[in-house]
Design a protein around this ligand. Sequence first.
Ligand SMILES: [Fe+2]
Length: 178
Amino acid sequence: MAEIVIRNTNERITGEDNVRAFLNSQEVVYEHWNMEKLPADLRENFQLTDEDKNRILSIYDEEIKDLAARRGYKIWDVITLSESTPNLEELLKKFEEIHTHSEDEIRAIVGGKGIFIIKGSDEVGYFNVELEPGDVISVPENTPHFFTLMDNKKIIAVRLFIEKDGWVATPVADPQFK
Ligand SMILES: [Fe+2]
């Protein structure tokens, strides 16, 4: 289950109900997929072939189609990052810049770990969402955020898009970021 850290106060929010209530209050969609459906050879396997990625998409076809029907996504794919990703450090440097998109950024984590840093309401400020397999999160459109990996430097995620161009990043210089 995801956990939250409020960056201004270091308060940590744990427990599914608390996490869900907090994220809902910040208009962040938070759902869960059943990771038991994933066969052993696809769990924490960061060297996925195209065929493996297609298997992941077909295993979660019902969940993907359900999200698409509710939220208008038209295309989806699987991405994986790990130490074997060429130029990982450079990629992460690029990731770790605050930005917005004209559409929401939805990710379903199916392996590894990741962290979204999201700008919340004025009272809350920036908060971290630490994600693990099964967590599905959507950063609302036009909300400053960035994504990075955690110490294990590994992730597999399903991404869904309304349109390919909707995910272009617009950088944000935010003096309030802490
Ligand atoms: Fe983003």
